[in-house]
Design a protein around this ligand. Structure first.
Ligand code: ZN
Length: 64
């Protein structure tokens, strides 16, 4: 899965925690007025990453 990436969707904009299937995630806050510049994060060794802009938390799915 080279280049595998999870990007937040509009539907996930209001969620505080997002379960992802890939170690690379991209967050732009869901776009619109609540959005922020597209920023990439890598899931850390603890299995989570937190967006520095909107504080959304990404958790790597257990089956990923
Ligand atoms: Zn964000």
């Amino acid at each position: 899965m080279a280049g595998a990436l999870t990007k937040t969707t509009t539907e996930q904009r209001d969620l505080a925690v997002i379960e992802v299937q890939t170690r690379m995630v991209a967050c732009d806050g869901g776009g619109g007025p609540l959005g922020h510049p597209l920023t990439y994060y890598e899931i850390g060794s603890d299995g989570t990453a937190v967006c520095g802009y909107c504080s959304k938390k990404f958790i790597l799915a257990q089956n990923a």
